[in-house]
Design a protein around this ligand. Structure first.
Ligand SMILES: Cc1ncc(COP(=O)(O)O)c(C=O)c1O
Length: 410
């Protein structure tokens, strides 16, 4: 008689995961969750289980999922024109660039496809600016705990050894300073400095806002040494902090020479940009920089639609973000392993006295998606359309997650 002990059939999710494991470069530590569709602030897996999305594809899906206005422009524009290359003009680049200049207070835009590519563009601007003054003016300053991307230039400015160690030596001439140390900042500057990179609120490094005093000092030193001040707004900008860009949080506003952004700009389509003042923009002449895909018609039109909605969303984002932090502080009073709740707008971090990875997994089991950065910081980057009702739902789930963590002896 033949054996009836056959292996059980693999679920569709398992088949998808196995296929990825066999054929995709194993550079990500993914959670075993296969997503199928989304609507508003919610995502659904293949079995139809519903999740509240509090991470938005790491700060990308600004209007959540399947937003009717974004769906409409994608449908219309994809039927007309998706990509032209930068050999020709199309309707939307100039219009979007105007919007970005008006909202940032800067003068000229270069479009690209991702955050790291925007950082590379800014690095080249700084290097060329320095080169015009002296061949020795090529040094950069960046901050400890910073994250600027994975390409070699951006990685060279990333102040976290774990990302850098396998690829050294990287770009020469980069000095790192602690984010609150004005004296170290002053000591790092010299006539050789061509640029300084600062994230307005450090994202990957643990949701660390940069204080006004330090930012002001960076501005003064950049002016004194004729270097360019670059603000990396890839995670902390484009509305996320409750204002257009995080440098607007300082009073009075401290202007960078260059600002880079990406993530939420085209609501999930790849689009990044560099905006520079005329002094920085003058460093790039025709032929010195470019990209095939950057600033395509579809991505730019979606970004324009998004920017049209952004001003109206900002008051709600500030209100809901404040409520989110206030409710988290309520939980902090009940769970002593929560050390601090911080952030601005809808960029929120919860610092723990222990690793947060297990809480992320437990959160998924309770239908919540968020992540953990810098080992001990729970990070929330929800869609801009989040409401108080969804915050309440998040709190009910988080309470269970924290109760579970309290019961677990570490
Ligand atoms: C502040 C900051 N800069 C740069 C990057 C790199 O962006 P991308 O992953 O789009 O290349 C990131 C990504 O998380 C970021 O948070």
């Amino acid at each position: 008689m033949e054996s009836t002990l056959e292996a059980p059939a693999l679920t569709e999710s398992q088949q998808i995961i196995d296929l990825e494991k066999q054929y995709v470069l194993q550079n990500y530590g993914r959670y075993p969750l296969v997503l199928d569709r989304g609507k508003g602030c919610y995502l659904y897996d293949l079995d139809g289980k519903k999740y509240l999305d509090l991470i938005s594809g790491i700060g990308v899906n600004a209007l959540g999922h399947a937003h009717p206005r974004i769906m409409k422009v994608i449908k219309e524009q994809s039927a007309k024109l998706i990509h032209t290359s930068n050999l020709y003009f199309h309707r939307y680049q100039g219009l979007l660039a105007k919007k970005l200049c008006e909202t940032s207070g800067l003068d000229r835009v270069f479009f690209c496809n991702s955050g790291t590519e925007a950082v590379e563009g800014a690095i080249k601007m700084c290097k060329s600016h320095g080169h015009k003054i002296s061949p020795d003016k090529y040094e950069f300053i960046a901050l400890d705990d910073s994250f600027h991307g994975r390409t070699v230039g951006a990685l060279s400015l990333t102040g976290q050894p774990k990302y850098r160690k396998d690829f050294e030596p990287l770009m020469p001439g980069v000095k790192f300073v602690p984010r609150r140390d004005d004296a170290a900042l002053e000591a790092a500057f010299s006539e050789r400095t061509c640029g300084i990179f600062i994230e307005g609120i450090q994202g990957e490094g643990g949701i660390n806002p940069i204080c006004t005093r330090f930012f002001q000092k960076a501005r003064e030193l950049a002016d004194r040494y004729d270097a360019l001040l670059v603000c990396d707004e890839i995670q902390s900008g484009v509305g996320r902090p409750g204002v257009h860009y995080s440098y607007h949080l300082h009073q009075p506003v401290i202007m960078p020479d260059i600002m880079v952004a990406a993530k939420p700009v085209a609501c999930g389509l790849p689009l990044g940009f560099v905006v520079a003042n005329e002094r920085a923009a003058a460093a790039i002449a025709p032929g010195m920089h470019g990209t095939t895909f950057g600033g395509g018609a579809l991505a730019c039109r979606v970004a324009l639609e998004f920017y049209e909605m952004l001003d109206e969303l900002l008051p709600q984002m500030n209100r809901v973000g404040e409520y989110f932090r206030q409710e988290l502080r309520g939980l902090q009073s009940k769970f002593s392993f929560i050390k601090e709740v911080r952030g601005a707008g809808l960029m929120i971090g919860v610092e723990l006295d222990r690793p947060g990875k297990q809480m992320v997994t437990d959160g998924m089991a309770h239908g919540l998606l968020f992540n953990c950065t810098h080992d001990t910081v729970l990070r929330f980057l929800p869609p801009y359309i989040l409401t108080e009702k969804e915050v309440d739902l998040a709190m009910r789930g988080l309470k269970k997650v924290f109760q579970q963590a309290k019961r677990t002896k570490l």
